[in-house]
Ligand binder design. Sequence first.
Ligand SMILES: [Zn+2]
Length: 512
Amino acid sequence: MRANRIILFLLVFAIMVIWAFPSAHGAPVLIKLRLADEADFQTATRLDVAVYHKMTSEFSGEELVIAEYEKSDLSALGDAGLSYEIVDEEPWTESYYLVSESPAAEKVNLAEYGRVLVSTETAHFMKISQENAWSVAANGYYIAKVFRRPLPLKYKSTEGTSPKGRYYDPDIDSYLSQIDQDSLFEWTLRLQNFQTRYTYTDSVLAARDWLYDKFASFGIDSLWLHHYIDDVHQWNPVATVVGTARPDKVIVVGGHYDSVVYGAGTNPYVWAPGADDNGTGTVATLEMARIVHENPLPVTVMFVPFAQEEQGLVGSWYFCEWLYYHYINVHWMINADMIAHSVDGYQDVTIYAHSSASYFVNLMMDMANIYTYMSPGYGGQSSGSDHYSFYQWGHDAVFAAEGDFFYGGWHKNFDTVDSLDFTYMKEVVKMCLAALVTEAYNIGYVVGDPTRDGIIDIADVLFLINYLYRGGEAPDPPETGDVTCDGITNIDDVIFLINYLYKGGPAPPDSC
Ligand SMILES: [Zn+2]
């Protein structure tokens, strides 16, 4: 009896000891880590570094990441040639946010709100309570919430290539001619008339349902509400138009639908009209969905008005997480946020993106120059809207915004349609839609399918013969005809296709 008690006591004691000291590996610390090149990314991946945030570095080509690592194992990072610095010995005892300066920020002493752990020129990685993060947002800072979920660590070159489609194409213009300016106005007004779309109200749920019904009214049947819980239940409506040739390739188009107001005499529970921010980007998403549903593209497009952007890009972050765990490989993301304010005759538009997405910045600018009267400019990297979540998760993403920032109305009672210019907004939507359609045709092909109908058959063999021997149209892009992947289209490709179609030969590759 007594022996049993002693054994029981020892057992309880042992469990308590294990509880108190979970393991030798129980002391992770938060570090900042510089990843200079592809080899550094591979080393960090091999050493299982849990990365929670990527910061824009002032050193070109160098990525600064915030990560968690066992303190006792840190020497392994140094031994592998990675340079790191501990920034927080007790991670996650408080929340983290990236806080960055907006054009309208009233500068405050951030140290009074929380601990600034890492700073680049305009962005600060902070350990800060949610309440204080919201306070700095009320002072005009952009906030991006940081989540305790490791991000995929993908190296991306910053060397840009030139996009195809730098010349006027009447097929692209026929998409743009379908943009209805009256809808842009009416739907933005409708969103404003919800009175508020503040995350913690019932009316944001009414707006969510309205968006869902709007997508449905276009005839889109792949439609659902992506639900997540951060501090409250929220939903991102997701409308998908499946690609005709390469449904496996995905482009995301979105813009947040929630709103907020700050300052004396405001109450976001009662009135946060958010016409420009971001009724306009939401409506751009709707209108592009309507047109693409009528004229499907070779690749799949997911149209997503995001929830809860104003609390730190929360809805888009959860959507990216969902994409990741469903193995959906996003080729590109287009974000529109505040796209209808224009105060002078100079119609400028700004494209923001990480430098690794310069191909897409060039594409957007080309489209603005070819199909609109706007003057496009590159605004540098920005953490001010939902494209930033996509960047965090390793996707190329761009953010289109009005060139004349709406200082008078941003996050205020006066952000209403009266201050907006829907002729100008139509131009911004044109730029986004032209870029979407152009890129969809650039990547939406099947090798061996020069007819671009998504099926490899005898028509493709005839197309190639016609091209090679009868002066017919060339395969576009050339990869569609070059099934042997040797860089030229010739009789070998015809033979390869015939072998595949009629003699059980190998199928053309996915890509060369
Ligand atoms: Zn916004």
